[in-house]
Design a protein around this ligand. Structure first.
Ligand code: 5FX
Length: 537
């Protein structure tokens, strides 16, 4: 590969599909391609990439579909003459928390993939659990309560693992599978996260879980960076050997299996950098390095994250993960399940065919919505935890109210950002600089509300897929660390980029901000009321 232009490839295995984004040695995105599970692999009958079960809480996806998508993506890239031989390093971003249960013997099978046949049929017998629980699953409340009781309470769990017990966190999912399907658990030789699953496919051997995505399991001690023995013990027996040793996120975890080299022309020197979660990768993709740098990602789920020096885990809300580009640092994350899909449902409900029409509608109401406040839990919510879905609307007198379509359109947006401000402040996060990313972040009307609620300038990211970009930049970072035989500060990689990844920023309107600030205590009190009324408190 020497003398030829080098390319760093990031893959993003998200809830709805698989994307590739490659950057050059100046950090410029060169190439993007994607596969949608619903559209491109209809035989799996997913909706939004998932299977929702009739109980309303269980949400899964078939890992075999994720494997098939990888071949399909690379085939499409080959059709577009993607320069596979120039790839120096690959890394992966995966939807967080989801787990894959490899059946005994799968490790051997991975090592003898035949390159003349697609990967998916070769792995047909490799899963002990055919439907992987994913982050949208909220079926493990019992396991969460058991974990907290066994460990000395929510705060005690958070102190060790960075988060109190959460339904979607992998340890609780594993506990449920071990309890409800003991034969499947007994038949499992290895458990991967979605991120390390994709890395495993590429490596043709089990790839380790990285510290950052591993922090989303309620199993890793975020300070020692080892599996916490007590957390493992309350989950299931024989778990340590099924998880393997966790590694720093910048680690090189091997080379690409012959299968990928022969089929697509990857070089034998291309290295694989540990895969990580989508939110950690977005932190890398947005280059959050200073305390006070905060990003909000508006996607299927909305997330808010920030880089931190010292972890201050809360037994009430939010998560602390090991930082994916600084093994001594941390990141805070808050997640809302009612993100883009909820906003889209409300847009359709008020009769707007597109976001342009919705923005015009927003112009017909004032910031603060005349004191009206709404809670839109179309899905069971994570922040604040509310398992009972429903919509709760209040007038300026705090009484239940009916909203006009214009008021409804504003309430769903303002409610989202008021919730973000309230809960971020609960974790001690007050943005100095706010970056916006994710699908809805291109909409100026959305950015306006965000800037006004938080009272700081909002900079939208030009790159819509910061998770894939982050994976590509992490591939570059890990490659640099390996080349230099030492840990290289991520800042060195970030500053080498010759691009500015931020678009037109939006400054807050002081009057609107003051109005939101005065609404916040009422928002908090009403949220409490909703939680009490729905049995969540
Ligand atoms: C984070 O904790 C989440 O559960 C989500 O943001 C998923 O990572 C989405 F993929």
């Amino acid at each position: 590969m020497s003398g030829e232009p080098m390319v760093f490839l990031g893959l993003d295995s998200s809830t709805q599909g698989l994307k590739a984004l490659a950057v050059d040695t100046e950090g410029r995105p060169l190439f993007e391609k994607s596969v949608s599970y619903d559209r491109d692999l209809p035989k799996y009958r997913t909706e939004g990439g998932v299977h929702r079960h009739p109980d309303g809480r269980t949400v899964t996806a078939p890992p075999i579909m994720w494997a098939e998508a990888l071949d399909l993506l690379f085939e499409r890239m080959a059709d577009d003459r993607f320069p596979f031989p120039h790839v120096a390093a690959v890394s992966i971003s995966g939807q967080q928390h989801g787990s894959v249960y490899w059946r005994r013997g799968a490790g051997l099978q991975l090592g003898r993939l035949e390159n003349h046949r697609p990967i998916a049929p070769q792995l047909a017998e490799s899963f002990a659990v055919e439907e992987s629980p994913i982050w949208m699953d909220s079926s493990t409340t019992d396991e969460c309560r058991e974990r907290e009781a066994a460990m000395g309470g929510a705060q005690a769990v958070a102190e060790i693992t960075g988060s109190r017990a959460y339904e979607r966190f992998t340890g609780n999912q594993i506990a449920r599978i071990a309890k409800r399907c003991p034969e499947a658990y007994a038949a499992t030789e290895r458990i991967s996260l979605v991120s390390s699953f994709m890395a495993t496919l590429l490596a043709g051997t089990y790839a380790p879980i990285d510290w950052s995505d591993g922090s989303g399991m309620n199993l890793l001690d975020i300070r020692t960076k080892r599996w916490d023995p007590k957390s493992l013990a309350v989950t299931a027996s024989g778990l340590a050997e099924r998880l393997g040793e966790p590694v720093p996120s910048h680690s090189s975890v091997g080379r690409l299996a012959p299968y990928w080299r022969t089929r697509y022309g990857f070089s034998g020197q291309a290295i694989l950098i540990a895969a990580s979660g989508d939110n950690p990768c977005s932190l890398a993709g947005l280059g959050l390095r200073q305390p006070g740098d905060v990003a909000i990602s508006l996607g299927t789920s909305d997330t808010l994250f920030a880089a931190l020096r010292e972890p201050r885990p809360s037994g009430r809300e939010g998560h602390i993960f090991v930082n994916p580009v600084d093994p001594d640092g941390y990141m805070a994350l808050l997640c809302w399940k009612n993100g883009s899909l909820t906003r889209e449902a409300i847009r359709k409900q008020v009769g707007d065919p597109d976001w342009r029409a919705y923005a015009i509608r927003l112009g017909r109401t004032e910031p603060g919505n005349g004191g009206r406040i709404g809670f839109y839990f179309l899905e069971p919510e994570i922040t604040p935890p509310c398992l009972k879905g429903g919509v709760h609307r209040f007038g300026s007198d705090d009484r239940p109210a009916i909203f006009t379509p214009d008021e409804e359109a504003r309430a769903v947006l303002e409610g989202a950002f008021l919730s973000m401000r309230l809960h971020a402040e609960g974790l001690g996060i007050r943005p100095v600089r706010l970056l916006a990313t994710g699908g809805a972040s291109v909409d100026p009307a959305v950015l306006r509300v965000m800037a006004d609620v938080f009272g700081v300038r909002v900079e939208p990211s030009d790159v819509p897929n910061t998770a894939a970009l982050g994976a590509a930049l992490r591939a570059w970072h890990g490659w640099r660390c390996l080349q230099e035989g030492r840990f290289v500060a991520y800042d060195d990689v970030w500053k080498q980029r010759r691009i500015s990844s931020h678009g037109r920023s939006v400054d807050p309107d002081p009057a609107a901000h003051a109005r939101y600030t005065s609404l916040l205590p009422r928002y908090a009190a009403l949220e409490r009321r909703v939680l009490e009324a729905t049995g969540a408190l």
